[in-house]
Design a binder for this molecule. Sequence first.
Ligand SMILES: CSCCC(=O)C(=O)COP(=O)(O)O
Ligand SMILES: [Mg+2]
Length: 218
Amino acid sequence: MIVTDIEGTTSSISHVHEVLFPYSRARVADWIGRAECAGIVEQVRAEVGRPDAGLDEVAAVLVGWLDADVKIAPLKSLQGLIWQHGYDSGELTAHVYEDVPPALERWRAAGVPVYVYSSGSELAQRLWFRHTQHGDLLDYFAGHFDTVSAGPKKAAESYRVITKALGAEPSAITFLSDVAAELDAAAAAGWHTVGVSRPADGSPEVGRHRRITTFDVL
Ligand SMILES: CSCCC(=O)C(=O)COP(=O)(O)O
Ligand SMILES: [Mg+2]
């Protein structure tokens, strides 16, 4: 089975940083006052040890994390809610590289289950693949993991959590990612690894892992 990252792997980093992040950044202050975000606000207060922090301070913390690309759960949960609004209104369309839909089709035909493991919340992942420029790709995925359900992506323990959830042997799982430290963690848990080094994303180094530039070779 295959477990794939999103940003830098199935999809462009620049789209995330130049389209999605600014869309959520401009709406943080407005959204955190909403009832549905009360739990997120409490998580931020707990994270920074400021239980009495006002909404202005909470918004500043969230924007600081966003600007520093900190992959932290309350920010990712909030972004998922904000992006949902953007997809529903037609303002956002997710980017997926051209070689990804044919690979998903090949894996489906071969009976290979495909899962997502991304720092983006599971809600954000589902929205992403439901609203791509290729149409709705969500049905190609058998399930989703994020930092809440599995843990941080650079920790081997997170991959062990996913292995258990999948009821699989570690050696039966191949992880696709653009980040060497994530691939190292997956390998430490006994997974196969493939480093995805997209030229459009600056051909990142993927360390000692098998390196590909397109899903066409998978
Ligand atoms: C589909 S979530 C949008 C991207 C995002 O917020 C993110 O943190 C992606 O990180 P990844 O683990 O997919 O590299
Ligand atoms: Mg990535």
